[in-house]
Design a protein. Structure first.
Ligand SMILES: Nc1ncnc2c1ncn2[C@@H]1O[C@H](COP(=O)(O)OP(=O)(O)O)[C@@H](O)[C@H]1O
Ligand SMILES: [Mg+2]
Length: 250
């Protein structure tokens, strides 16, 4: 096991599930064994990996109703612990459990040696589910769009990460803020760049140099439920992804 990486941002639509999929696939192409974990009720990551309407998955691990080996599915893009409809109940059901923050970490222990990387996709919240992901992870990636609305919630995320460091996972590291869905025709204003830098400082991290552009190839690959790196190996956005992996320096 090399690393457990969580993709997080409590805002929806910023590219979390997309980055989780791309990251996992890029690492798989480097010869790594990948396990994806979908913690989002929406199940977007599960869907693009070819799985929908799974009956058991991440919920059952968090509730200790199943062992990880029992819920792992094999897909063409890697192994997956899928999202299920029962995730809708999770936060309420975990509310009174002592040690609830550690459920995912505990659940993954028996299978850590079977994978090089575990990639966790999270819902657009800062709920117990997300706390579980952050508690279990070594590294965090924060995708965001290059607009002020996408940045506004990140102060709250910084507070959550501080709490995680203090209580459940002192060694967690934020790899950086990744600008996604980037329109290469727009110029980042000086003001926005400054706010980005400031936010990164608050999170003790950096803004990645590379940005992932907005590209139709991403949507096409997802609609076909396939891997962008195989579907469009020469596309500009695929180059962005490969450069991102290099900059990530895992
Ligand atoms: N680089 C990109 N280019 C084009 N579309 C993108 C890109 N990144 C994400 N999308 C699309 O934007 C929408 C939101 O992305 P998603 O990864 O689901 O965000 P989140 O998981 O944060 O809600 C999806 O329809 C996805 O296909
Ligand atoms: Mg998502």
């Amino acid at each position: 096991m090399k690393k457990i990486i969580t993709v997080v941002n409590q805002k929806g639509g910023v590219g979390k599930s997309t980055i989780a999929q791309l990251l996992g696939n890029a690492l798989r192409h480097q010869g790594n064994k990948i396990l994806f974990i979908d913690l989002d009720l929406q199940g977007n990551l599960s869907y693009v990996l070819g799985i929908d309407k799974a009956l058991i998955g991440s919920y059952d691990i968090l509730m200790k109703e199943a062992r990880a080996e029992e819920v792992i599915l094999e897909t063409e893009q890697g192994h997956l612990i899928p999202s299920t409809a029962s995730l809708v109940r999770l936060d309420t059901e975990m509310q009174d459990i002592v040690g609830r923050e550690y459920r995912l970490k505990e659940g993954l222990k028996p299978i850590l040696n079977s994978y090089d990387y575990i990639i966790i996709d999270t819902p657009p919240t800062l709920s117990t589910t997300v706390i579980n992901a952050l508690t279990a992870s070594n590294l965090v990636i924060i995708p965001t769009q290059a607009d002020i609305y996408s940045l506004q919630g990140l102060g709250q995320l910084a507070n959550t990460l501080d709490t995680i460091k203090l209580y459940t996972n002192p060694d967690i590291e934020v790899a950086g803020i990744l600008i996604t869905r980037y329109d290469s025709r727009t110029i980042l204003t000086r003001e926005l760049t400054e706010i980005f830098e400031h936010t990164a400082k608050e999170l003790n991290t950096k803004v990645f140099e590379i940005k992932i552009r907005e590209a139709i190839a991403i949507k096409e690959a997802q609609a076909l439920r396939t891997d962008l790196l195989e579907y469009q190996p020469k596309a500009k956005v695929t180059e962005d992804v490969i450069k991102f992996i290099e900059e990530l320096e895992l």
